[in-house]
Design a binder for this molecule. Structure first.
Ligand SMILES: *Cc1c(COP(=O)(O)O)cnc(C)c1O
Length: 402
């Protein structure tokens, strides 16, 4: 064990960190399942899980053991060599996603970069010189130059011109706007959307998941790639392994990250059908993509999600939380929406201050997105008793506030 002890952070002491985050003045030193602990042992219920990342909860013993054992054996050799854990992880991911080919990356944005490259390659092969991709308003796809260009949030793009000009934006859920765009732009080759918009405020399309079926039909009609960003909605979050599995369709390209490593930085871009084989030798790569250690984590996370029936749990316990919130907040002017363990409570006013109130007065970690939406992303393996604990803290919070 290390004998280094870190000095506590002094708020008035200059930090060398680039000021890219608005941080809360609290740090956690330990976690277990759905709970986080500060140095003095204070316990917090975590309904955010590192922004939909630690789906199996903190310090899961099986994942922790796999990391420790692999770290003490072999961490990285590079993609110049065969990596049996990477092959095994791909096999597992193909099994749960229904996709054929998998490329491992290290983050969500990188996975979407892969998808965008696949779309461009697909278009180029058909003689489209400058291929275009349809994206949605209020979307979030990452902060690299291509993915921030795809993102439907001006704040993310502000100051970073020139943006890549291959994206055509339509309102989320608006099928006619897609058909309209098809008429205007013969060079469209793909659509990239989130099944449920996470950062945008836990939004499903007005027509629900049938939007995905409509988009699938349009993609078939025009020979476009249907690309789904399941970076947040994947890995059991919505009560299916991937959110598109709430429907009967399969996308051509699927991206994921967040819950895929339970906190270990990994991501994936996956293809099936006509998207298979577009990226061949030399056309894409990543030094860290699918390391021995990262791949073993992916394998172990999927295996653990399966063995714990965590996806089914997310559906059942998530449904319970949504139902209870609707009942217990019935006299409040709120709208509760979401699937599985991806839940948004739309308040009638901006409520960013609720994050601090929840933390300090109810020892509850939540997030507020899109100004007025309380976002809950609890562990997908949360127990019924923990869900009751969450409801008690949350209902008290919102009752006191409204
Ligand atoms: C978080 C997120 C991303 C970006 O992932 P990073 O790992 O932060 O690059 C992209 N798309 C969606 C839908 C996300 O929720």
């Amino acid at each position: 064990m290390t004998d280094i002890t870190l000095a506590p952070i002094q708020p008035d002491q200059p930090s060398h960190l680039m000021a890219t985050y608005g941080r809360q003045a609290i740090s956690f030193v330990r976690g277990r399942g759905a709970y986080l602990y500060t140095e003095d042992g204070t316990e917090y219920l975590d309904a955010l899980t590192g922004i939909a990342v630690c789906g199996l909860g903190h310090a899961h013993p099986v994942i922790a053991e796999a990391i420790a054992e692999q770290a003490a054996t072999l961490v990285h050799t590079s993609n110049l060599f065969e990596i049996p854990w990477q092959t095994a992880a791909a096999q597992k991911l193909a099994e749960v996603s229904g996709m054929e080919e998998i490329f491992f990356s290290n983050s969500g944005a990188e996975s979407n970069e892969g998808a965008i490259k696949i779309a461009r390659k697909f278009g180029t092969q058909q003689g489209v010189r400058l291929p275009k991709i349809i994206v949605a308003e209020q979307s979030f796809h990452g902060r690299t130059l291509a993915t921030l260009s795809a993102t439907g949030n001006k704040k993310v793009q502000d100051g970073f011109a020139p943006l890549t000009n291959d994206f055509i934006r339509v309102p989320f859920g608006d099928v006619e706007a897609i058909q309209e765009a098809a008429l205007q732009h013969p060079d469209i080759v793909a659509i990239l959307i989130e099944p449920i918009q996470g950062e945008g405020g836990i939004n499903t399309a007005p027509q629900g998941f049938s939007y995905l079926e409509e988009v699938r039909n349009i993609c078939n009609q025009h020979n476009w790639l249907m690309m789904l960003d399941e970076i947040q909605t994947g890995n059991g979050r919505t009560g299916k392994y991937f959110a598109y599995q709430h429907t009967n369709i399969v996308p051509d390209v699927l991206t994921t990250a967040k819950g895929l490593g339970n906190g270990f930085p990994v991501g994936a871009v996956m293809t099936q059908g006509k998207a298979v084989g577009l990226l061949g030798p030399g056309s894409h790569g990543s030094t860290y993509g699918g390391t021995v250690l990262g791949s073993r984590v992916v394998y172990t996370v999927i295996d653990t999600i399966q063995k714990e029936n965590a996806v089914e749990n997310a559906a059942v316990v998530g449904r319970y939380i949504v139902d209870q919130l609707r009942i217990q907040l019935a006299d409040k002017n709120v709208q509760v929406r979401g699937f599985g363990m991806m839940i948004g409570i739309q308040l009638p006013k901006d409520c960013a201050e609720l994050v601090a109130i929840a933390r300090d007065q109810h020892k509850l970690i939540i997030n507020v997105t899109a100004g007025s939406v309380v976002r809950l992303l609890p562990p997908i393996n949360m127990t019924q008793a923990q869900a009751d604990d969450l409801l008690e803290r949350l209902v008290a919070l919102i009752n006191n506030y409204l």
